[in-house]
Design a protein around this ligand. Sequence first.
Ligand code: BMA
Length: 335
Amino acid sequence: MTAYKFETKLKNNDNTFKELFQRHPANPILTAKNWSYPVNTVFNPGATIFHSRVLLLARVEDRRGFSHLTKAISEDGVTNWQIDDAPTLEPDPDNYPEELWGIEDPRITWLAELGKWAITYTAYSRGGPLVAMALTDDFVKFDRRGPVMPPEDKDAALFPRRINGKWALIHRPIAANYVPGAHIWLSYSDDLAHWGDRSVLMHARRGAWWDGGKIGLAAPPLETAEGWLLFYHGVKKTASGSIYRLGLALLDLEDPHKVRHRSDEWVFGPTERYEREGDVDDVVFPSGLVLDDKTGLLKMYYGGADSCIAMATASLGDLLEYIRKCPESKNEALY
Ligand code: BMA
């Protein structure tokens, strides 16, 4: 019989698991109670730096079950949030029919070339969830670009700059009634409107894996000297529901289709009460990152159990040291 070989890449000297992310003691940092109008839940926020402050664009679910986006701004990214007292970006199904059942899960990318932020979000259309995009330079007025990918597709974000002359978009289509599995794709465009050169970037693993069956982008890809750091969620189906956790991968800087490394184990998962119990139990859903260039400290914003917004910090150096030790990715469809 062969010995059990798996060894975590994250070990303390006493053989316990060494956490890469530290939850903020003030978690959850935002809940429906912080809103000045009645809402069901707030969760899964996009994040960016806006005028030297942390700006979150929260997914807010109203008491019909439909979502809209509302911004919250804070100096330290933890306390004293200034929250808009009405939805910042509301579904507009009269002009954008794909937004019939709401808009969800925004990811924010600063596009220096355009001097604008791109917000990629899920529009919940009659035909299923699809990827939509809006541009803004002030988070007050939004220039909607409509559907970018047809249903079913979500968990999308742009890379912050062109790669080999083209914009690149990560997204996650699902082929219903076909080979089970939801995988992360990469598509390219010259003009942010017409997308092509599509291919699978990373496959969901199968069987017992923590990311067996379904994966999707978490926060937008982060450019580092060693490659694009990819934060992705993996879903494990269990008898009592699904568990949403976070994994990491490192993509080649100039050819992001090359997955250099991929973590075998998850690096962040639901353990706290506000992550384990809520409208959807056992979900951490990171969707926004803010990096302090001077200290290398990352703030990761995430939804907890589809019911609150929480934050955890990590050192970018630690994340890179970890992912470097992870296996080279074979990017195979079957594990
Ligand atoms: C996913 C998305 C997320 C949600 C998660 C868990 O499919 O819809 O918005 O947080 O499910 O419910």
